[in-house]
Design a protein around this ligand. Structure first.
Ligand SMILES: Nc1ncnc2c1ncn2[C@@H]1O[C@H](COP(=O)(O)OP(=O)(O)O)[C@@H](O)[C@H]1O
Ligand SMILES: [Mg+2]
Length: 381
């Protein structure tokens, strides 16, 4: 389909981060546009729009009931949405589901495996069903997923992590370019989770685009290149993690100077008109490609517990190089700074040399957690 003209629906869509990204990136591997779905009288998906670039590991994050599985079932050609569309590599999933199925490997949540056969038999069975030349492909997939040693093991005797790996092996048999994984790491122990993560990185290295969902933010999110956060059927934010972080930073700065408007490229579902209006004002010609906010140095945060008077420590830090703000909350010194983590060491050095004893240093939560807490309100359906 043509990329030159915006779809009429897109012209009035709220600006979302990922579309700004699309302005510079090659055509996305997955395009989700204005998905709406309703079960009974409840809107489960409400105007969900985002892109997944080729070669990304894309995290689809949201609490239970947010609508992740419903979105994924549409992507996997198993559910027709009431409105909107999904394209995988330019092919509409409702218009040509057969072609899409050849391109995707879909792993449902809570997938069962046949228990009373061996790992190899299991894969050979599916290779047969997919009409792929069984022996060589099964061998390749066994090696890739590191299941070779277990090939004669009964599926029933495998751990959850190994069964999950077998599921991944199964969906790789027809060499799909896109993997769609619904909560691949839920119920896995930490070791199995790390192993799945390594496998996903390896698959990405082979050129696959990987879309995975999770209700646990930190589960696999550290391997993701981009994320979308879904809350009550609405997309809260989407795009490359570093761009989202920079944009939130810009928004915080704007708010600090009394501008309540979010920066272009950011839409909050709780203030959709503000975001859409802003984008439309700024770019009447190209409403689908809102301008990306200029990158701002990210402000990081650290909390310091000190012996003696915390106000004195705060006084000593204020105005230092890269120190953006310092405050004392509940006896703890909160510092906002820009630059690398070595800044923390410099701060501590500075204080210690002025006889301030440090008893605790607590860096901010990881970036994704911070984004998540900032853009969601903890709402569930
Ligand atoms: N087949 C169905 N019939 C009725 N309601 C459904 C059905 N499938 C999902 N839902 C409801 O839709 C909402 C979104 O579900 P789902 O997409 O499974 O969310 P998630 O995967 O994010 O946990 C939930 O409130 C769920 O109860
Ligand atoms: Mg689900």
């Amino acid at each position: 389909m043509s990329e030159a003209l915006p779809h009429p629906e897109e012209a009035r869509s709220p600006a979302i981060a990922v579309e700004a990204h699309a302005a510079v990136a090659p055509a996305p591997m997955m395009r989700v546009r204005h998905l709406w779905h309703r079960f009974g009288n409840r809107d489960v998906l409400r105007d969900v729009t985002f892109d997944v670039g080729a070669g990304e590991i894309f995290g689809f994050i949201g609490p239970n009931g947010a609508g992740k599985t419903t979105t994924i079932r549409v992507m996997a050609t198993l559910l027709e949405p009431m409105a909107g569309r999904v394209e995988i590599d330019g092919i509409d999933v409702t218009i040509d589901p057969e072609a899409v199925r050849k391109m995707i490997g879909y792993m449902p949540d809570h997938a069962g495996v046949y228990d009373r056969i061996t790992v190899r038999e299991y894969l050979e069975f599916f290779a047969d069903a997919f009409q792929v030349p069984a022996m060589s492909v099964v061998d390749a997939v066994l090696e890739l997923t590191d299941l070779g040693k277990l090939q004669d093991r009964l599926v029933a005797e495998m751990s959850k992590g190994m069964k999950q790996r077998l599921q991944l092996a199964r969906i790789l048999l027809h060499d799909p370019k896109v993997l769609i994984l619904d909560e691949p790491a839920s119920d896995l122990d930490p070791r199995a989770r790390i192993e799945i993560r390594d496998l996903l990185l390896e698959l990405r290295g082979l050129g696959k685009t990987i879309f995975l969902s999770s209700h646990i933010l930190t589960e696999l999110s550290d391997v993701c290149t981009s994320i979308a956060i879904l809350e009550r059927g609405r997309l809260v934010v989407a795009g490359p993690i570093n761009e989202i972080a920079a944009r939130l930073e810009a928004m915080r700065a704007a708010q600090a100077y009394g501008h309540a408007q979010p920066p272009p490229g950011y839409a909050h579902p709780h203030a959709p008109h503000a975001a859409a209006g802003h984008a439309a004002q700024g770019h009447p010609q190209h409403p689908q490609h809102p301008q990306v906010a200029p990158p701002q140095p990210a402000v990081r945060r650290v909390k310091l517990r000190v012996l003696g008077n915390p106000e004195m420590a705060a006084y000593l830090l204020r105005g230092g190089p890269g120190i953006m703000d310092v405050s004392v909350v509940g006896g703890v010194v909160h510092v906002g700074y820009t630059g690398p983590e070595t800044k923390i060491a410099e701060m501590i050095n500075h204080l210690v040399h002025r006889n301030v004893g440090i008893v605790g240093v607590e860096p901010e939560r990881n970036e994704l957690e911070r984004i998540f807490l900032e853009v969601t309100r903890g709402e569930v359906q």
